[in-house]
Design a protein around this ligand. Structure first.
Ligand code: SAH
Length: 472
């Protein structure tokens, strides 16, 4: 099997080993790096007999860079493994029977071309031994920065941006150990349908100090207007840096972005489109990272919501309102709730610019929503938000899954249909178990591969009210 960090799980003399670099089907000679009572960790020394699914990764730093974990596995085999791992979690954690899963699990939706699909890259900035500024990705389980000529998952503009930043003498790279230095991370987000590229410079400061200003003034002319033309069939077309934002984060630790942003060049938002709906995304807002697959994911969610135009829909964990507005075309009323303020401002702007007057948004904790006759755009003193009774609830929580209180609220609100979009099959299985124990029926499960070459898998599920149960 493959473990949660992409390590191969194998056996030797009755012990289980987590083997870095191995994939299912490989027979390897491995060196033990850590030994526990019943299991251990190991590293591949030699592949004695390669798995049928083993391929030569296109990227020369695959295996060292932590960005991809299973690039040495044939893409179709990756998809097969992801689908079976979703199924395994639904069975083991969710308690669903094989019979049920045979019926409800639909084929995984994969990418046609599993390269150049990411619209976002977050590069840590540091120095090499000679004191040169470097920008790359962290190695697995480490904060060592691995650099390479190019990343095969993102657009070509990323490399130009990387070159412009690392070649700029005024850049003072951050040092995690001493918490000194200025430039911590560079986030690049590229629009798939438009030319827009936003560069976010995450700096170790709480505001525009003289040092930050000097560095920014040197970087802006190098970055602004940079453009790249990717004429491959699947690429991002023409990309152009139309926006540069400084993000302030002076806290030690692993959280990449701080809470405050300042636009130093061009636009404050990146424009993009999903299907027919246009979106503005600000630097701090979440936006799905795989534009080609997101459309497929949302189309599936829309299909499962089975809207007729009469429904009231809740979209919880709504981000910038992407799913909300996707649904608003076919629903009577849509209510979106999200904890990040900037994302809700984006959502409201997006509703307006697309001409939707039936989509409403509130900043709040999805764990604290409840059914109320009156819609309130502001939570009460305890943080509770009232939403009108729903016919359909869509949830799209972060990896930790739905808040337990939200599950209770959903069970009380009793919508006809629930669409659960998940980026973590384990928490999905946990939540589905609770929903299906109390009057809902798992009606369809479709995994969608948003993150090729990584161990992550997105899943969209459809639950319908079980009319056979006599509740409340
Ligand atoms: N549905 C959106 C966003 C999904 S990502 C899309 O497809 O683009 C999950 C979102 O949940 C993030 O925007 C995150 O900020 C938000 N979030 C995290 N915890 C939350 C909470 N307790 N209540 C509401 N939103 C939350």
């Amino acid at each position: 099997d493959i473990g949660s960090s992409g390590e191969g799980i194998g056996h030797f003399e009755g012990m289980t080993y987590f083997v870095n670099g191995a994939i299912p089907g490989d027979i390897v000679r491995a060196g033990i790096t850590k030994l526990k009572k019943t299991y251990g960790y190991a590293r591949v020394i030699e592949i004695e007999s390669p798995s049928e699914d083993r391929v030569e990764p296109v990227c020369p730093v695959a295996g060292r860079c932590g960005g991809c974990q299973i690039m040495q596995m044939d893409y179709e085999a990756q998809l097969g493994w992801k689908a079976s791992s979703v199924r395994e979690k639904l069975s083991r954690i969710g308690g669903f029977s094989d019979e049920k899963l045979d019926e409800m699990m639909k084929p995984i939706i994969g990418m046609e071309v599993p390269y150049q699909f990411r619209n976002k890259a977050q590069y840590p900035v540091g120095s090499d031994r000679d004191g040169n500024t470097i920008m790359g990705f962290f190695a697995g389980h480490s904060h060592r920065i691995v650099t390479s000529e190019k990343c095969y998952l993102g657009g070509g503009i990323n490399e130009m941006i990387r070159g412009a930043v690392t070649g700029c003498d005024e850049v003072v790279p951050y040092n995690e150990e001493t918490h000194k230095g200025l430039l911590r991370h560079v986030m690049v987000r590229a629009s798939y349908h438009y030319e827009d590229v936003m560069v976010v410079l995450v700096v170790n400061a709480s505001g525009m100090t003289r040092d930050v200003r000097e560095m920014t003034e040197a970087l802006v002319p190098r970055l602004s207007g940079l453009s790249y033309n990717d004429d491959s069939e699947v690429g991002f077309g023409v990309s152009r840096v139309l926006s540069i934002v400084v993000n302030y984060n002076d806290r030690p630790g692993n959280v990449i972005m701080g809470e405050k942003c300042e636009t130093v060049y061009g636009e404050t938002y990146l424009r993009d489109r999903i299907g027919e709906v246009e979106f503005c995304v600000s630097a701090l807002s979440f936006f799905q990272v795989n534009p080609r697959q997101t459309k497929k994911l949302y189309d599936k969610a829309l299909e499962y919501a089975a809207l007729t135009g009469r429904e009231t829909v809740w979209d919880l964990y709504c981000g910038i309102g992407t799913i909300s507005l996707y649904m608003a075309r076919n629903a009577a009323l849509v209510y979106g709730v999200e904890v990040i303020e900037d994302a809700i401002s984006d959502a409201r702007r997006n509703a307006k610019s697309n001409g939707f007057n039936n989509a409403f948004f509130a900043v709040g904790d999805a764990g604290k929503v409840e059914v109320k006759d009156e819609w309130s755009e502001m939570p009460d003193a305890e943080g509770r938000l009232g939403l009108p009774r729903p016919d359909v609830i869509v949830v799209d929580p972060p990896r930790k899954g739905c808040d337990e209180k939200l599950i209770a609220t959903i069970l009380k609100a009793r919508p006809d249909r629930i669409v659960y979009v998940s980026c973590d099959p384990a928490t999905l299985a946990r939540d589905l178990k609770l929903l299906c124990a109390d009057g809902y029926d798992l009606a369809a499960v479709t995994p969608v591969d948003q993150f090729g070459h990584s161990v992550h898998c997105e899943t969209v599920c459809f639950l319908s009210k079980n009319y056979n149960i006599n509740y409340r």
